[in-house]
Design a protein around this ligand. Structure first.
Ligand code: ADP
Ligand code: MG
Length: 451
């Protein structure tokens, strides 16, 4: 679709053209007509699909530059993302003269922001924690807001911003247009949409781009552990669940992989509740790439994108098999499901032949058994949680402010009553721990350790 086919100001179309935006991207084509029509929209599309311009064009079209009030608010999970959004809005909005776009994020001087706010702004782009701080101090007035955008909503939920977002909403008129942008769409997104949007229309391009694809392979092997390592080295999956049929096997396999410098954690029925939680948190926040699990233990595990499932043994029946492998290949991503079987299991394996599953010998694998697998993140545990009024924004603020970490090196944040878990890129973990150890969060000292 050409931008000129949409009800946009000619100057906007010219600007887009000058930016090299000749045609809409898929998500812009789907979402823009609805946004321009004033609808609440949930838009789900992959990274790099042009979501910023999708809401940016809508938001700038509505804006009345003569009205010196904050008319739109865009909330983003990190300072870096807010910066990117503000830049894109300035690019697209350059045809509107005297437009004021202000960034309000943690890790920047609060006083300076107060000064900028005194001069009024049309559009605020920021992170939930800092926006809330300004609202509480009455330095920001959102009572004239027409449009609220949650960008990377899935990431904001992952980072534990739900409470801040809810609190910000109390300062915003109920009559408004609300847009929710996300790279994934799941229960958490549906729930928040129900709460903050009205008659939301959902558009997504991920499923039309690619149907769920699960590649299913079965390997005959005499040495399962060696074959598993070859598979990991060949496919290099980001995250894997390896299913075993027994608790003991899951524990022994995880230990054995660890001894070979392949990072893995086991989850089985013998773990205490807190141990189980530690393991699940670490797997979900990418601090361990491999989870070795029994069926019972993996129940209720909600991981959005799992690149691979391995059946270390032939599962007990088709239903278990289908349930296990259905955890990969979600949301249009490709998934791989691999089942290993020894010679004593070959009769059982035969029952899984269906024409489309590939049955191979482990000698087809090109991977090496000399392979190490390290996680992307390490988990920092902080001995403080909801009961201490710690919020995701406080932790993010302490780590990006005093500790000097980049927001992009911080992953998922989980906050429980008395503890918080923050995923931190491996190379920055010591810096983060040291600065939390030496410094304070919200004026209080909290002990922190690496899980
Ligand atoms: P997302 O938020 O979906 O990850 P972005 O909004 O960051 O993606 O856009 C990705 C890139 O695509 C940016 O460099 C942006 O300038 C460019 N882009 C956006 N819309 C168009 C368009 N209609 N034509 C060409 N490039 C576009
Ligand atoms: Mg984006």
């Amino acid at each position: 679709m050409n931008f000129s086919e949409l009800p946009l100001e000619p100057a906007m179309v010219e600007t887009l053209d000058a930016l090299g935006y000749k045609q809409t991207t898929l998500i812009q084509e789907e979402a823009l007509p609805l946004i321009l029509d004033g609808k609440d929209v949930i838009a789900e599309a992959k990274t790099g699909s042009g979501k910023t311009a999708a809401f940016g064009i809508g938001l700038l079209s509505k804006l009345d530059v003569k009205k010196f009030r904050v008319q739109s608010l865009v909330m983003c999970p990190t300072r870096e993302l807010a910066d990117q959004v503000a830049k894109e809005l300035r690019r697209i909005g350059r045809f509107k003269h005297n437009i004021k776009i202000l960034m309000l994020t943690g890790g920047e001087s609060f006083g300076k922001q107060l000064g900028s706010l005194a001069h009024q702004a049309h559009i605020i782009v920021g992170t939930p924690g800092r926006i809330l701080k300004h609202l509480n101090k009455e330095s920001l007035d959102l009572s004239n807001l027409d449009m609220l955008v949650l960008d990377e909503a899935d990431r904001m939920l992952d980072m534990g911003f739900i409470e801040e977002i809810d609190n910000v909403l109390a300062f915003i008129p109920e009559k408004r247009q609300t847009l929710l942008f996300s790279a994934t769409y799941d229960n958490a997104i549906r729930t928040i949409s129900k709460r903050i949007q009205t008659d939301a229309v959902s558009v997504k391009t991920t499923s039309t781009e690619l149907p769920n694809q699960i590649k299913e392979q079965f390997y005959a092997t005499q040495n399962k552990e060696e074959t598993l390592i070859k598979i990991l080295s060949e496919f290099k999956p980001d995250n894997v669940i390896v299913f075993t049929n027994t608790k003991i096997e899951s524990k022994e396999l995880a230990e054995s992989l660890q001894s070979k410098k392949i990072d893995a954690l086991a989850i089985h029925g013998d773990l205490e509740q807190y141990e189980r939680n530690d393991v699940l948190v670490q797997f979900a926040n990418k601090s361990t790439p491999i989870l070795v699990a029994t069926d019972v233990a993996a129940r209720g595990l909600d991981i959005k994108e799992l690149s691979m499932v391995v059946n270390y043994d032939i599962p007990h029946g088709n239903e278990t098999y289908t349930h296990r492998i259905g955890r990969t290949g979600r949301a249009g991503a490709d998934g791989i499901a691999i089942t290993l079987y020894g010679s004593f299991e070959s009769d059982k394996a035969d029952e899984y032949q269906n024409g489309s599953r590939e049955f191979l010998d482990e000698s087809c694998l090109k991977g090496s058994t000399n392979f190490e697998l390290k996680p992307q993140f390490v988990t920092l545990v902080i001995e403080g949680g909801k009961k201490d009024k710690l919020r995701a924004g406080d932790l993010l603020g302490a780590l990006t402010g005093d500790a000097g970490l980049d927001g992009s090196s911080i992953g998922k944040i989980d906050i429980y009553d008395r503890q918080a878990y923050v995923a931190i890129e491996t190379r920055f973990i010591e810096k983060a721990q040291k600065s939390l150890h030496d410094g304070k969060i919200k004026g209080k000292k909290f002990s922190a350790w690496i899980l």
